[in-house]
Design a protein. Structure first.
Length: 153
């Protein structure tokens, strides 16, 4: 009983970082910056997206389709947003990877819900490594969930 309580707690801690990956940042092979935002849109709300980053007190809007707001001129024509399956948006930004400030907070907003992540420049991962990590973590998540189910966590 105690052992299973302990296991459930430990597994819960392991699962938290995976579950909270609603925003992720990586660098593509062609050096484009990629920000994935997987916030689930609320039903009955107009979907809109907004991608920005901030460093210190300076916040820059990179791409948005919120009516009435506009990205900074330097990012226009440099960034692109596509829809992700089953929901969410992916923003790619060309030509800024080398000029990203050392300590940057990346933010995305979907239909008013905000996520952000702070990534230091040295910690930016190549996207190929990130997707490998996600794949390998999913391969143990499924047996883990089955295990959790059987131990009645
Ligand atoms: C923003 O883009 C998405 C996907 O293309 C679209 O569904 C949505 O209606 C757009 N929102 C606004 C406010 O234009
Ligand atoms: C980076 O910025 C965040 C948010 O502004 C701050 O909390 C954090 O301490 C900073 N990290 C470093 C290493 O400067």
């Amino acid at each position: 009983m105690l052992t299973s309580l302990f296991l459930c707690g430990a597994l819960g801690v392991l699962l938290v970082p995976v579950r909270s990956q609603l925003i992720s940042v990586c660098v593509e092979e062609d050096e484009d910056l990629r920000v994935d935002c997987r916030i689930k849109p609320k039903p009955n709300k107009i979907t809109s997206y907004e991608f920005s980053w901030s460093s210190g007190t300076k916040e820059s809007l990179i791409n948005t389709n919120v009516s009435g707001s506009a990205a900074e001129v330097q990012f226009r024509d440099k960034s692109e947003v596509v829809e992700l399956d089953p929901y969410g948006y992916r923003m790619t930004l060309k030509g800024f990877t080398n000029t990203i400030p050392h300590n940057t907070t990346y933010m995305c907003k979907i239909s008013g819900q905000v996520q952000n992540i702070n990534v230091e420049k040295e910690q930016l991962q190549p996207c190929s490594a990130v997707s490998l990590f996600l794949k390998s973590s999913w391969s143990w998540i499924v047996p883990l969930l089955i295990f959790l189910y059987h131990t009645h966590c």
